[in-house]
Design a protein around this ligand. Sequence first.
Ligand code: F6R
Length: 622
Amino acid sequence: MCGIVGYAGTSSAVADHGALDVLIEGLRRLEYRGYDSAGVAVVADGAIHARKKAGKLVNLENEIAQEPLPESMTGIGHTRWATHGGPSDGNAHPHLADGGKLAMIHNGIIENFAGIKAELLADGVEFLSETDTEVAAALLGKVYAEADGDLTRAMQLAVQRLEGAFTLLAVHQDHPGVVVAARRNSPLVLGLGDGENFLGSDVSGFIDFTRRAVELGQDQIVTITPDSHSITDFDGNPAEGKEFTVDWDAASAEKGGFPSFMEKEIFDQPAAVADTLLGRADAEGRLTLDELRIEPEKLAKITKIVVLACGTSAYAGSVAKYAIESWCRIPVEVELSHEFRYREPIVDKNTLIVSISQSGETMDTLMAVRYAKEQGAKTLSICNTNGSTIPRESDAVLYTHAGPEIAVASTKAFLAQITATYLLGLYLAQLRGNLFSGQIKDILADLAKIPAKIQDILDRSGEIKDLARSMAESKSVLFLGRHVGYPVAMEGALKLKEIAYIHAEGFAAGELKHGPIALIEEGQPVFVVVPSPRGRDSLHSKVVSNIQEVRARGAKTLVIAENGDSAVKDYSEWVFYVPETPTLLMPLLATVPLQIFACELATAKGYDVDQPRNLAKSVTVE
Ligand code: F6R
């Protein structure tokens, strides 16, 4: 997830700002989408002038202060959240092509960039970065000649060859006053001004300059000049956008109109899962985790996996244990990072350490990974922050593509982490021959359906919010789950503790009778995550019995069950149905109502859900 802004204006219409002012202001507002590097390119005096710098936007501003850009009324700007290639000056956007005549910025992942890059290398093109974006820029440069110097036509030819998700913006030295953009499965909005037009990843990219916006459809190309815009499909047929007026203030625009980043990030989850899946399998359904960097022969010899993580990330690890053991028949231990190295753990060269960390900077996890490396184990990092310390120090990395998570309480990173562990499990099963290729393909097909199913839950969030508001005065809430529903219950409880400051505990439902059931008294709210009735039958009926047991003792039973599960109805005060999915994938759905519940309840209590008391987003001390 990166932030993108484009501008075409005329000095006569808007004397008080030039392209650079618009780009920097837009990037400032879009910095929540990515902040590991930033860059701009402007067209002036028949040439492209670009500046880019790793780190936050302020680094770019300092760079421009030292080496000023010429006055210009046309330009593009980018703030990056790295996917292909770590965060560095070289990998920062814009990327130049065709001898510096054109500049391009990009949000998304181009799945087939490797093949195109090989072809361009054979043509003699030289690449300066590790990014897929530079490949798209070089492709645009190549087809520009075929399009007889028509930049919009060249963009059509280029995007016809690209697969994946992308928003691309390009400027060319021969076309002052023109910005061409294309979008597929990645956001882009057009802003309409007077004698100037804008492009942004979302309206916050131009909200300081205009409130007239146009929503663009999938697979569309838009060309802006100071006083015109034209929209086509990828074949060049005219297309229409939908105009609307932005009525948010600038602060809520950054949150996409949501009251908090946390709520926005909960609603970002269909994209977080889809983007994490993107580009990880070929057309035949074979997983191609190119970034893994541990030789397949070594991975095939692994005898044990130890997952190391803290907090929410550790619950993602607990979900992974069920999936990886089931698919790969390798024992998986899940351990809190801070406990690991103080107990002389048994690891060796055939142990694969899988660390899971959103930030990649959690000190406890970093120390545990270092310790495991010293013992000779292989280390693989599942991480959301490209170039952070843990992936840098690990033998291999599998990035989640949730985009930056701003709210302290983790939501979309959790779902993306679970998705990544599934990919890892399936990859190991493929390498070791534990699953047939058809089985892997079927599971990938089920995973591909998850984003739409999450969206279905989000579309019904009103039911959950009503419940949350009615429970704002609760003093304690318990969560029960079994099998993969157990870590979901733990995560539901953690969310409530950390943002609503309510006592909450998650239990394995089977453990109830060994103690926790003594806590149940009249009116005690208990969430129960119920496994699919289509799965192992004993599991479902045992959890339904658990619901009956707590209800018989006065509990208020709040149930998350699968569509069509009529068995739970009679024992529940409230039921929320999630779409059907294979049991092992269920956490990607069942977690979402619990996140919405915690977020709404804390909001109803008037708390700042984005910055809960006593907590930091990244815990960089032991
Ligand atoms: C909970 C939460 C924390 C983190 C934990 C690990 O909502 O955000 O429990 O999950 O501090 O952080 P990372 O994943 O950055 O290592």
